[in-house]
Design a binder for this molecule. Structure first.
Ligand SMILES: [Zn+2]
Length: 147
């Protein structure tokens, strides 16, 4: 068998294996990626930032977002309708204050729970729309979505 033939045979075998085990491979890849992300968070984020400097990449992301929005209009509308009015009002008041330059944007602060830059204002109590806590995205997500 020539080296070419051997390579060809390996390639065919690999393709067959992949086709047969696609689900499992995808699942494993997802787990690996998650694990890799956990262990190399800083590098991954830096690489993403780097990639995002490319206008073409940014353009592509934007287009994907627009396509998703277009395809999920009803879902978005429903989601917005389902938001608690109290919540809506609290967010609206903060957004207005920032837009009209009465308040600095959250990114001017450090996160109050870690030392990253804050990215949004968190409402500990929606009954008090102007009580806010600047939080980074990670802490904000952790607060709302982790049990
Ligand atoms: Zn934080």
């Amino acid at each position: 068998m020539t080296p070419e033939e051997r390579r060809e045979k390996t390639r065919a075998y690999n393709a067959q294996y992949k086709a047969k085990n696609r689900e499992r491979i995808n699942e494993q890849n997802k787990l690996d990626m998650r694990e890799y992300y956990k262990q190399n968070k800083e590098q991954v984020l830096a690489a993403q930032r780097e990639r995002y400097q490319d206008p073409e990449v940014r353009e592509r992301h934007k287009r994907t977002g627009q396509v998703w929005k277009q395809a999920n209009k009803d879902r978005i509308r429903q989601y917005q309708r389902d938001i608690d009015p109290l919540k809506k009002r609290a967010r609206w008041m903060v957004d207005n204050r920032v837009r009209q330059n009465h308040w600095p944007p959250a990114r001017f602060f450090l996160c109050s729970r870690c030392d990253s830059h804050a990215q949004s204002y968190h409402h500990p109590d929606y009954n008090h729309p102007t009580w806010v806590e600047p939080l980074c995205a990670t802490c904000h997500n952790r607060h709302h979505f982790s049990k």
